[in-house]
Design a protein around this ligand. Structure first.
Ligand SMILES: Nc1nc2c(ncn2[C@@H]2O[C@H](COP(=O)(O)OP(=O)(O)OP(=O)(O)O)[C@@H](O)[C@H]2O)c(=O)[nH]1
Ligand SMILES: [Mg+2]
Length: 283
């Protein structure tokens, strides 16, 4: 499968170098991943970039993900010795847990400062994550306002600005944009389903059919409930049933495949179909 993504080795190297430079200024890394696709949305070389910095895995958009899967992923990361929290960066649900986790993760640093008589030193953190995972949203939610200069392009060096938040956390205003992994077909599909990659990796109809195929296997009841259909037959038949229910019809009574495909993917991305996780640990 071909993927039109703007990452090439030179670009990755530059991004990595810029992130490494920023890392030297922080105590803590907040690694944002998409709770619906924790595997696909984790950067493949994050370990080698972050090395020994304290790090918290934030399962963002957890409001859109399956609650049982959320718990499984949290347990999975904890079993790997990584603290992880569930977040909805839009509403702020989970921010308190994030602040607590930040205190926990940097306790040694705080103690060593206190030994030297420095008290109430802020915890300096930076946010890392692939495009569209919610980095700017989290910065704005933590700052309690729309902070300037988020949504930077990768590889751009900027003067350092620290954003104060509630509590002791201070954020570097440059979010580190990581490249997603896109070698595996399933990963590319998951990134496309969730809207993490803009460029179409497949045409929208094929993408929607792949999505229906997944839904038939994992959440048929959500399709039945939302579209008042009986899920049977092929993904194409299911797509046609949804198209008829939703009036995605062109002249002559034919199904408007583009329209129904966009509708289904859009409803998934907005969470209207229900809470859906595309990946479970160690699948
Ligand atoms: N439902 C839900 N939507 C979220 C959450 N966090 C972010 N979003 C939405 O996801 C989209 C992307 O969020 P951004 O904060 O712009 O993502 P980003 O990581 O800064 O993206 P880039 O700057 O392109 O790398 C926006 O439409 C947000 O409203 C969340 O926790 N839940
Ligand atoms: Mg952004």
């Amino acid at each position: 499968m071909s993927m039109n993504i703007n990452w090439y080795p030179g670009h990755m190297k530059k991004t990595r170098e810029s992130i490494e430079k920023n890392l030297s200024m922080v105590d803590l890394v907040l690694e944002l991943i998409d709770a619906r696709i924790p595997y696909s949305s984790q950067n493949p070389v994050i370990d080698s970039i972050v090395k020994n910095k304290p790090r918290i895995i934030i399962l963002n958009k957890s409001d859109l993900a399956d609650e049982m899967a959320n718990r499984m992923w949290q347990a999975y990361f904890r079993s790997k010795g990584l603290d992880s929290i569930l977040l909805d960066a839009l509403s702020g649900k989970g921010i308190k847990e994030l602040l607590h986790a930040s205190e926990r993760a940097t306790e040694d640093i705080r103690k060593s400062y206190e030994k030297r008589g420095v008290i109430n030193r802020p915890i300096r953190a930076m946010i890392l994550g692939i495009p569209n995972v919610g980095k700017s949203t989290l910065i704005n939610t933590l700052a309690g306002r729309k902070s300037a200069k988020t949504g930077n392009k990768p590889g751009v060096t900027k003067s350092n600005q620290w954003i104060k938040t509630q509590g002791r956390l201070q954020l570097l205003d440059t979010p580190g944009i990581l490249w997603p992994k896109f070698e595996e077909e399933r990963v590319g599909l998951n990134l496309a389903f969730t809207g993490a990659i803009k460029d179409e990796i497949l045409d929208i109809e094929t993408l929607a059919l792949k999505f229906i195929e997944f839904m038939k296997k994992s959440y048929p009841e959500l399709l039945e409930k939302r579209y008042k259909i009986v899920v049977e037959g092929s993904p194409l038949e299911t797509m046609e049933a949804i198209g008829r229910k939703r009036g995605c019809i062109i002249r002559g009574g034919e199904i408007d495949y583009t329209k129904v495909s966009n509708l289904i993917l859009d409803e998934f991305r907005k969470g209207v179909l229900g809470r859906i996780s595309l990946e479970l640990p160690e699948e």
